[in-house]
Design a protein around this ligand. Structure first.
Ligand code: MG
Length: 265
């Protein structure tokens, strides 16, 4: 939009557009920061039951995991991916490390199926914790997590439940299935845009369907998703997708991604 207006020779409208964009960032900032992070007092969303969406990859998707091998993945250090592949799924090998895609992605649609360990072990955040990330904590300028957690009959803070944008937005519904049951995420990620000076023009946004139910509705992130911290943005472009090792043997299958037309935003 800015480019179009500039091409018409306008000097004032882009400034107005930029101001509106900054206002949008400020709105997201206020929406998130009116709640104390990880507060157990924050209201948890109502429950609903739903089955996972187990669709085949569309013909234009990049298949990241088809149940056979980890050829599209490495460790976060760029070495052999440490997850275990068996019976058509891959599983976190606890404390051996997260995995990341070799390829980096900007705006994209991402499908992931996952299952928490059965029987369940631990409580709160220590039960079936993993996550689907764009970016890698400590390695890329920013990182954004859609939380994976077994919060089925397991109380935790709202902004850390399954389907939460970790530490920022609780899911709109709690549709977490019991331990061992397959669940699906369909995620639409729009990367943040920065101007030449590194200012945020458009924040990152996430839309998430958990078991087919809308749990994040085009939410604007205020920066990376951290634990007990709400850091600010650092400019970046495309990021690898990461599946988190949080010490629990969470399973994954049918992982694919569709890069989206970035001119549409
Ligand atoms: Mg996590």
């Amino acid at each position: 939009m800015v480019r179009t207006l500039r091409s018409r020779g306008s000097r004032t409208v882009p400034a107005v557009v930029a101001a509106l964009m900054l206002a949008a960032v400020g709105h997201a900032d206020r929406a998130v920061k009116k709640y104390e992070q990880h507060s157990m007092d924050r209201e948890r969303p109502p429950q609903a039951s739903a089955k996972p969406v187990t669709m085949e990859p569309p013909s234009d998707a990049i298949v990241l995991f088809d149940g056979e091998d980890l050829s599209k993945w490495t460790s976060t250090e760029g070495e052999e991916a440490p997850f275990i592949v068996k019976n058509g799924y891959m599983e976190v090998d606890p404390d051996e490390g997260s995995i990341k895609t070799k390829k980096k992605f900007g705006d994209c649609q991402l499908h992931v199926e996952w299952a928490s360990p059965k029987p369940a072990h631990g409580e709160g955040q220590h039960r079936g914790n993993s996550g689907v990330f764009l970016g890698i904590p400590g390695k890329t300028a920013c990182y954004y997590e859609v939380q994976i957690l077994d919060n089925y009959k397991n109380e935790t803070y709202a902004d850390g439940m399954a389907g939460a944008i970790y530490g920022q937005y609780p899911p709109l519904k709690d549709v977490c299935r019991p331990p061992g049951k397959w669940q699906s995420y369909d995620i639409i990620y729009r990367r943040p845009r920065f101007d030449d000076d590194g200012n945020v023009e458009k924040p990152a946004t996430l839309t998430v369907f958990h078991n087919g139910v809308l749990v994040q509705d085009n939410e604007a992130l205020i920066g990376p998703t951290a634990h007990e911290d709400r850091p600010s943005y650092t400019p970046h472009g495309k990021l690898p997708i990461m599946l988190q090792d949080h010490g629990h043997p969470v399973k994954f299958r049918n992982v694919w991604v569709r890069p989206l037309d970035e001119s549409k935003r």
